[in-house]
Design a protein around this ligand. Structure first.
Ligand code: NAD
Length: 482
């Protein structure tokens, strides 16, 4: 990025001023200080970026590059991310308020996303198909799609962008990224590093701007071969509708309201730690947040006491400080949304056991206390809707059948946690829970190697692992009469 205080679009390997000449501000949510002004993209900017990506896709320097060489570029990009890890971690902490400690952890594994797909690049191939006609040779080829549009949210910009960028490039596509308007900085830096790694100009482009402007223009662009989106279910469903008639592929990673289930035979201290990390990490701003906890009635009081005692001692404050355990919400509207949901819960009859207040964290920022709601049930909006903040609803249950029914009684199906020392029950629950990821005696584990998919309204398509390569390629069948 040229200067932190004014950023441009990154198109065709160059910094490009917005067609409108307009910029918008991005604020540090811990302090409310304006960090930088970002280019406000519109349809003309998207047009330019898609054209650059299309030109790069058709350029022999990219099209004819060997798959092994593509892998080398991805490896180099992973190495460059590792070399720039501290700067990237600090940038993202300032931009979205995530703890620097947490960002350093993310940056320690982020190169893996590129290294994993570097190794996969020259293992993408078709197959010879035996047909009944011995006179013909039939084989399949896996081809890249073309220009991929990637739209990402603010809660984990680097990681969630990398989940799309690495496999899209691995498969030979070019990419136009529209990051969240709240967090443009690290995604711009990532595109700059891709150029430095040796990807040709136009292979990775970034247009910053608002969802309804730049985002919508990208979704609507006729030269787009695919859209890969991570964000809310509401936006994902609009994108699915907007692209349906064009039959372009879409990978959608959407919202969640994940259950975390503690059985009577669980190791309760471990389960309590898992419950706390499941909801309060990143101030609850994770799609996989374990925001609904079901505890067996016989261990409900003990679990509640452990979790609430821990919640009360969580240190709120400056996310740059190593000692801080809970940073701010990413922007004012998100803090207000969280506060609004807790008020709504009170109105629905929920009791606030701990937390329940907005605070400025001593820095003037958008903080909210770790909050536990009790006397709740599955019919309440605070239990059904995604809050995306540090708010936990905790409920007792009596039987396995009952908790399966309650856990699955949601429009979402992103993830679920189970705490038990009974191996048969662990397998049974993994099979019965209607969620794309099930963790047993752990929560939040994730790897670029492990495929994941949101069930129900939590998504469509697979990210990570070898599986996602299918999302970024098309299959051609070739028949040759010998
Ligand atoms: P959002 O849907 O408001 O925005 C996501 C992105 O879409 C942003 O870049 C935004 O500018 C853009 N956008 C908004 N309207 C658009 C439109 N009409 N056309 C095209 N683009 C548009 O989501 P958010 O608030 O940024 O992120 C939080 C949500 O993301 C939560 O629901 C969370 O669960 C979800 N999420 C899901 C995953 C997952 O892997 N399943 C991961 C992280 C976050």
């Amino acid at each position: 990025m040229p200067e932190l205080n004014t950023s441009q679009h990154f198109i065709g390997g160059r910094w490009v001023e917005p067609a409108s000449g307009e910029y918008f501000e991005s604020t540090n949510p811990a302090t409310r200080q304006v960090l930088y002004r970002a280019a406000r993209g519109n349809a003309a900017d998207i047009d330019r970026a898609v054209a650059a990506a299309k030109e790069a896709f058709e350029d022999p320097r990219w099209r004819d590059l060997s798959q092994t060489r593509r892998g080398h570029l991805l490896r180099r990009l992973g190495d460059l991310i590792a070399e720039n890890a501290e700067e990237l971690a600090r940038m993202e902490t300032q931009d979205n308020g995530k703890l620097l400690r947490e960002m350093r952890g993310q940056l320690a594994t982020l190169p893996e996303y590129y290294h994993y797909y570097a190794g996969l690049a020259d293992k993408i191939h078709g197959a010879v198909v035996p047909t009944s006609d011995r006179q013909v040779l039939n084989y399949t080829a896996r081809e890249p799609l073309g220009v991929v549009g990637a739209i990402t949210p603010w809660n984990s910009p680097l990681t969630l962008t990398s989940s799309k960028l690495a496999p899209a490039l691995c498969a030979g596509n070019t990419v136009v990224i529209k990051p969240s308007e709240y967090t443009s900085a690290t995604v711009l830096k990532l595109a700059e590093l891709a150029l430095e790694a040796g990807f040709p100009p136009g292979a990775v482009n970034v247009v910053t701007g608002l969802g309804a402007e730049a985002g919508q223009a990208l979704v609507d662009h006729r030269d787009l071969a695919k859209i890969s989106f991570t964000g809310s279910t509401a936006t994902g469903s609009r994108i699915a509708a907007a692209t349906a008639g064009r039959f372009i592929g879409s990978t959608l990673e959407l919202g969640g309201k994940s259950p975390n289930i503690v059985f009577e035979d669980a190791n309760i201290p471990n389960a309590a730690m898992g419950v706390v990390a499941g909801i309060f990490a990143a101030a609850g701003q994770t799609c996989i947040a374990g925001s609904r906890v079901f505890a067996h009635r016989s261990v409900y009081d003990e679990l509640l006491e452990r979790v609430s005692e821990r919640a009360k001692t969580i240190r709120i404050g400056d996310p740059m400080d190593e000692e801080t355990e809970l940073g701010p919400l990413a922007f004012e509207g998100q803090r207000d949304k969280v506060a609004g949901y807790v008020d709504l819960g009170r109105g629905e009859g929920a009791r606030v056991l701990t937390g329940g207040n907005a605070t400025d964290g001593g820095l003037g920022g958008y903080f909210y206390e770790p909050t536990i709601l009790v006397d709740v049930d599955n019919g309440m909006r605070v239990v059904r809707e995604e809050i995306f903040g540090p708010v936990l609803a905790i409920m007792p249950f009596d039987t396995e059948d009952e908790v399966v029914r309650l856990a699955n009684d949601t429009e979402y199906g992103l993830a679920a946690g189970v705490w038990t020392q009974n191996l048969s029950r662990a397998h049974r629950m993994a099979a019965r829970l209607d969620a794309g990821t099930v963790w047993v005696n752990t929560y939040r584990a994730m790897s670029p190697m492990s495929p994941r998919q949101g069930f129900k309204t939590s998504g469509a398509g697979v990210e990570h692992g070898t599986e996602t390569i299918k999302e970024y390629t098309r299959l051609k069948s070739v028949w040759i009469n010998t």
